[in-house]
Design a protein around this ligand. Structure first.
Ligand code: FUL
Length: 585
């Protein structure tokens, strides 16, 4: 081959290489993980004996007859879910009390033993059929922690739990997600279980090969570290889970942000309740989160590369209560009004670097997720200039990476042209992932710039969109209550009511996401003189307070009269405990 021919061949091969799609980078999602991520919002339904006892964690001793919905209507749930724009529904098939919402052959604590429909009712079947009828995907939460099963705390329990999974996952059609709670407390014999996670995971995949398995560390998706709906502004879908298990996970802050260049793709899922608690309670009917609070959750979950699993509990009738369904529809209407008009339409978009082939900037504004703009190999910084046809008003920018090729962008900045024609920095952020919605100041401009300042490999963006949100108001309030941090070893918190008063409830709230630990279990005492104390409640537990440190409202067995009240912590989550609120009513 002479020199000229070989140069031509080389030039051709470079051209071909540059017009090819970028090589995937790092850990990649499976096609099922990509489909899962595209669902964006799903509905969680907590339902079981706790619904009827107003508890958060049943202790497993509840009679099966406690579970007795007067008018179970799963089609009402799915119709609400559909109107709210959810794509799937996940139900607590078995919560920590062990009660199964289907006739689990290896349990004596199920719907079959209850008086509900003479033991013939099967919630999982009704819900799975309702989901199919309304075009929603169906998923299950099956708690490994079981406070009823007599085998719990012995080797035998792991085999019982495998049979439980086989029965729940094998009888009610396709299951898109299996939800594993990491909680591992004591069972009825006072022992804790050593879970066989590899066995549990392989059982799920044997029964439902495409199911996304949720746990603190995946393998399908991960808990994002809090139950308040707040994802990290930095949110990698990649994780390093080496040496960890669902009950022994990396630090919560790492679950929240993921790990850059982590060897596994385990995207973030945000589970949060529309009410203070996870189960329905009459007294929380007026505490359903506002549209504003739900929009905040949306921005801090879906808008931060996470999937939102919003809990909407069913009530004692077996309905989604009107307080929740009305709010959901209002929330969806707000989302539709914000996101239905993409203000980037008609823009001229140029980039400092564009890969040859079909990877141009025109792909950034179409509705095809699979078409994308990409830079050339080796390029990890790029500027994308967006020239709008006229001055437009907007305050949100949404960016999406094409995740089948991996998560790449490490940091980016947004600039907007001011009235003098100068570009001003309006946002400086880190990761993008499947979707990143940035809350910008209110802008009125015709020119905006996206500057990718660092990426792990050439950036690949599927979409850029601009929106105007006139609904969401950022809340600058910090805490509602006066606060204190109390050293566990020092004097306890004493409430002086000033005179003898009658009360039937006490309230405790730790400092939310603030400093100090939380009280997990306590003894509540009263006194008339502040010296002689008597126990009112002894060694009681605030259920699920560590994961969900919201206001605890505890009803007393009967109303009492006293001047002084104190809470003696028995177990705390740290060396100190915080008190944002402690009072009686
Ligand atoms: C937690 C559980 O302990 C709560 O009760 C609730 O089910 C929540 C979704 O997960 O860890």
């Amino acid at each position: 081959m002479n020199h000229r021919v070989s140069s031509i061949l080389l030039a051709c091969s470079v051209l071909v290489a540059c017009s090819q799609a970028p090589e995937p980078y790092g850990a990649l999602p499976t096609p099922y993980q990509v489909e899962w991520q595209k669902m964006e919002t799903n509905m969680f339904v907590h339902f079981g004996p706790n619904t009827f006892t107003a508890a958060e964690w049943g202790d497993g001793s509840e009679s099966e007859d406690v579970f007795n919905p007067t008018d179970l209507n799963c089609r009402q749930w799915t119709s609400v879910a559909k109107q709210a724009g959810f794509k799937g529904v996940i139900i607590t098939a078995k919560h920590h009390d062990g009660f199964c919402l289907w006739p689990n052959p290896v349990s004596k604590h199920t719907v079959a033993q209850s008086c509900w429909k003479d033991g013939k009712g099967v919630v999982l079947k009704d819900l799975s059929e309702a989901c199919a009828a309304d075009g929603l995907k169906f998923g299950v939460y099956v708690s490994p922690w079981d406070r009823n099963d007599p085998h719990y705390g012995t080797d035998e329990y792991n085999n019982v739990f495998v049979k439980t999974l086989e029965s729940a996952l094998g009888s009610y059609g396709h299951v898109f997600e299996q939800w594993f709670d990491g909680a591992c407390g004591e069972g009825p014999n006072g022992k804790r279980q050593v879970y066989d996670w590899p066995l549990f995971n392989s059982t799920v995949l044997k029964m439902q090969p495409h199911a996304i398995i949720f746990s603190n560390v995946g393998p399908g998706c991960r808990w994002m570290g809090n139950e308040a709906g707040v994802n990290g502004r930095t949110c990698w879908s990649t994780m390093n889970t080496e040496g960890f298990s669902p009950g022994n996970s990396p630090d919560l802050s790492i679950l929240n942000t993921g790990t850059k260049n982590g060897p596994k793709w385990i995207g973030s899922e945000t589970d949060v309740s529309i009410r203070p608690g996870w189960f329905w309670k009459e007294r929380e009917n007026d505490k359903v989160k506002s549209v504003n609070a739900l929009l905040k959750i949306y921005y801090e979950s879906v808008g931060r590369n996470s999937l939102l699993l919003l809990n909407v509990p069913a009530d004692i009738r077996g309905h989604i209560h009107e307080a929740d369904s009305v709010r959901l529809v209002e929330w969806r209407a707000a989302l539709d009004s914000i996101f239905s008009t993409d203000l980037i339409q008609g823009a001229t978009i140029t980039a400092t670097d564009t890969r040859r082939g079909s990877f141009g900037t025109e792909n950034l504004t179409d509705d095809d997720y699979d078409s994308y703009w990409a830079a050339k190999d080796g390029v990890t910084e790029a500027i994308i200039d967006i020239e709008l046809p006229e001055t437009r008003r907007f305050n949100r920018i949404s960016l999406q990476e094409y995740i089948p090729l991996g998560q790449r962008v490490e940091s980016f900045r947004i600039f907007a042209q001011d009235s003098k024609g100068n570009l001003q920095l309006v946002a400086s952020e880190t990761t993008i992932g499947y979707k990143r919605i940035v809350l910008l100041p209110q802008l009125e401009t015709s020119k905006i710039r996206v500057e990718i300042t660092a990426a792990l490999a050439c950036p690949v963006l599927s979409k850029i969109a601009l929106y105007q949100d006139d609904i969401y108001k950022e809340d600058s309030r910090k805490h509602e209550y006066s606060e204190g941090i109390i050293n566990k070893s020092s004097e306890t918190y004493v409430l002086d009511l000033g005179a003898q008063k009658e009360f039937s409830q006490f309230n405790y709230a730790p400092i939310y996401r603030g400093r100090g630990g939380v009280v997990i279990s306590y003894t509540l005492q009263i006194s008339d003189n502040g010296k002689d104390w008597k126990d009112l409640l002894t060694e009681q537990m605030f259920e699920n307070i560590v994961n969900n440190p919201v206001l605890q409202q505890i009803q007393l067995p009967q109303s009492v009269k006293a001047r002084y009240v104190r809470m003696i912590p028995v177990r705390c989550s740290g060396d100190s405990y915080s008190v944002a609120r402690f009072d009686v009513e």
